[in-house]
Design a protein. Structure first.
Length: 305
């Protein structure tokens, strides 16, 4: 039985890393890498590599890209038995253009078959989903699916975690967020939900008032802000050489959920998430570089009195 069910995007990812700083409205030399992607899929693979029993609920096209993504995810240890192939829509894709310093310049998503996942789809799969300790969903899901998921988990023992993915998709959340246990986003996504300004700490505090558990606002090289139960804490990022920031947010989510399943409180879980993100940004690989022992070693040593 899965400890975590991940619901949402499964795509073919293309990363174009520019050789020099971008010149807009002109051709730029770059190196391209391709790999299976999608927020839910990436989180699922990261968790599986951290030895967490994980299942993925998603949809791909009945095409070669979809079959390759499913096979690669299965090889990583994820249960992909609930990934469906849509008969007419293609596998989704995500293209990231990355500056030479590893920072994202722009990303473009065509979700293809992922867009066909609807509330009826969720209802059919709910008996399998609800058996997990944690349900993680990304905001690539349609607004009706997110709202239904929040309603389904309200008042249950299932812990619901949601990643907002992007500014555009953050607006898919329903107004009532009180059934969400963990909400992950960056500063711009947080502002899209709260309608406020302020820095990452202030945005986290505002979100922390809306959810039942904790809000985690990522801040890149500055780490993350954790808010909940009336407190806001900053978790700094360890020093690392940034190669590519792609996948850092997905790694942070996986590290956090790994910590929660290991019995750590929200603060230490956030520390594990930030450490996972730092490991990922130091590599070209988005999901193959995490190690449970390495993450756990990043936690502060407690003295026993």
């Amino acid at each position: 039985m899965a400890e975590v069910c991940c619901i949402g995007g499964m795509t073919l990812d293309r990363t174009l890393k520019l050789d020099e700083s971008a010149v807009m409205a002109s051709s730029n030399p770059a190196t391209m890498r391709t790999a299976p992607g999608g927020v839910a899929r990436n989180v699922a693979e990261n968790l599986a590599r951290l030895s967490v029993a994980t299942s993925l609920f998603s949809q791909v096209g009945d095409d070669e890209h979809g079959r390759e993504a499913v096979a690669a995810t299965a090889r990583a240890g994820v249960d992909v038995s609930q990934v469906q192939a849509h008969p007419s829509l293609p596998t989704g894709s995500y293209t990231a253009i990355v500056q030479p310093d590893g920072q994202l310049l722009v990303g473009a998503a065509d979700l293809g078959a992922c867009e066909a996942m609807d509330a009826d789809w969720l209802d059919t799969l709910w008996p399998s989903i609800s058996a997990a300790r944690i349900v993680f969903a990304d905001a690539n899901l349609a607004p009706g699916v997110l709202e239904q998921l929040i309603k389904r988990t309200r008042g249950t023992d299932v812990e619901l975690a949601i990643n907002l993915v992007s500014v555009a998709k953050a607006r898919r959340l329903p107004p009532d967020l009180t059934a969400i246990d963990l909400l992950f986003c960056n500063l711009d996504e947080a502002r899209a939900v709260t309608g406020g300004a302020g820095d990452a700490g202030e945005a986290a505090a505002a979100l922390g008032e809306l959810v039942v558990g904790a809000a985690i606002v990522t801040a890149g090289a500055d780490g993350a802000w954790l808010a909940g139960a009336g407190q806001t804490r900053h978790v700094p990022a360890p020093a690392s050489d940034v190669v590519d920031v792609s996948g850092a947010g997905d790694a942070l989510v996986a590290g956090f959920l790994f910590g929660r399943l290991r019995g750590h409180d929200a603060l230490d879980a956030c520390r594990l998430g930030v450490a996972a993100a730092a490991v990922t940004t130091a590599s070209h690989e988005r999901t193959t570089c995490l190690n449970a022992e390495q993450l756990l070693a990043s936690l502060p040593v407690r003295r026993v009195s």
